[in-house]
Design a protein around this ligand. Sequence first.
Ligand code: PLP
Length: 394
Amino acid sequence: MNFNLNFNNIAENYLFAEVANRASAYASSHVGSRVLKLGIGDVTLPLAPEVIKALHAAVDDMSKKETFQGYGPYEGYDFLRESIRGYYKSRGIELALNEIFVSDGAKSDLGNILDIFSTNNVVLVPDPVYPVYVDTNIMAGRKIIYADATAENGFLPMPDSSVHADVIYICSPNNPTGAAYTREALKEWVDYANREGAVILYDAAYECFVRDENLARSIFEVDGARECAIEFCSFSKTAGFTGTRCGYTVIPEQLKKGSCSANKMWLRRQSTKFNGVPYIVQRGAAAVFTEKGQKEIHENLEVYKRNAALIAKAMDELNIWYTGGKNSPYIWLKCPDNMGSWEFFDYLLNNAEVVGTPGAGFGKNGEGFFRLTAFGSEEVTAEAVSRIKKLLKK
Ligand code: PLP
């Protein structure tokens, strides 16, 4: 037996494990300290009442012979897929039901989708980036090339026609930088992908944070995307499902090469390795799309958006350069006084007892930058912002 030695090429510690280790080491050596966490991108508000109602009703369904559910469809129940289809339609995007696949979250699908692509593909990943894209490809031994996201391009790299790629990752609004592409900029990526015969893996996990009309919420708002893109989305940040687990992936029927259809291959992959999302969870997810459900989840999203605005305002006051915060729950800031990312992490932890995420953990271009999230409670965010302002005021 041989192990997959590609695992030797990934960092031993997942970034957030290292952040948690340092924060807990500080807390245990400083008894009585109150460390405030604006680090990991986890939500803090409970599920919407409409979702809870649907979850309870679904539990009751499972208690009765007439409504009990066993194995569900691999691709998700039609009641949820119809709701997702309606959600896209309300934004002017027509999808066929068989193009929508329900999953236990975007992270699994982003990793698992690689099953349908050859390991010979060249993968283009922005740097900095959500670490899952990089690590899953390293595990499979794929060649990765990077598109530099920097302060100069507003952390929104554009395609380079002199470089060929087969698989392209785009996350917009972006984790970690909070930067988001306009439709015009995405059109350049779509045209590039179609020219190169490449696929775009488009992560729309934060689409519901987009306020600006010029920014895209789905790659399928762009002409030509149905020929080259797969979109991943999640109820995690939209509706607080990080612990409940549900997401969906859209694979257009037009995404084909020769006799291979991405849609058919994914269904084949899912029916072989995946037995679906729990009925109860899917009922809860469907409630997100009801009129009341939408109103309630938007009330929660407003809290996070207010937190983001509060952090962004503090950066403006402190004269600190940043992206995000306006169409995203993330604020990506330049570390003051040219500090390195981990240096600033320790400085903030030791002097303000605030935890954020060092940009260097997201790629080499993240060095010197730092991510704060708006997913804390309003109280924690306000307190953390006031501590940061006190510490960094010149
Ligand atoms: N994609 C991005 C960009 C994320 O930041 C996250 C979670 O933080 C995910 C996907 C994972 O979403 P899920 O909870 O649906 O697995």
